[in-house]
Design a protein around this ligand. Sequence first.
Ligand code: HEC
Length: 108
Amino acid sequence: MRKTKSVRTVTALMLSMSVAAIMADIGRASAEINADKGFRWRDGAEVYSKVCSYCHEGQVGPRLFGRELPPEYIRAIVRNGNRAMPPFRSSEIDDESLAKLAEYIQRN
Ligand code: HEC
């Protein structure tokens, strides 16, 4: 009983720290966009490594690679979020980059 409770607390703590870290990253990315209107994500791999891998290669979210998740499903989750998964707006990940990202994840 006791153990389960502390594991849950640690997980919740890790998740809130991750969200804070990601929000700080996105803040920086937005600042970059404002400072330089020409900012663009290079490709799906860059978005994945800078935004998604933090949680999805760590202990926070489920693994996404090797599961052949449909790109439409990935795009919907990224735009809308789902429970502990935060949503991302098109000012953070534009539609074209999101399409590339979804294909990239499906391929891997
Ligand atoms: C702050 C941590 C965090 C970040 C950043 C994050 N995710 Fe997630 N993601 C989660 C969590 C946690 C879940 C599981 C949600 C649940 O079921 O409660 C999840 C679930 C998902 C799912 C559903 C997986 C399934 O098994 O059905 C997809 C798809 C997904 N995320 C894609 C992405 C993509 C793409 C990115 C990058 C743009 C991303 N996530 C960034 C935490 C994150």
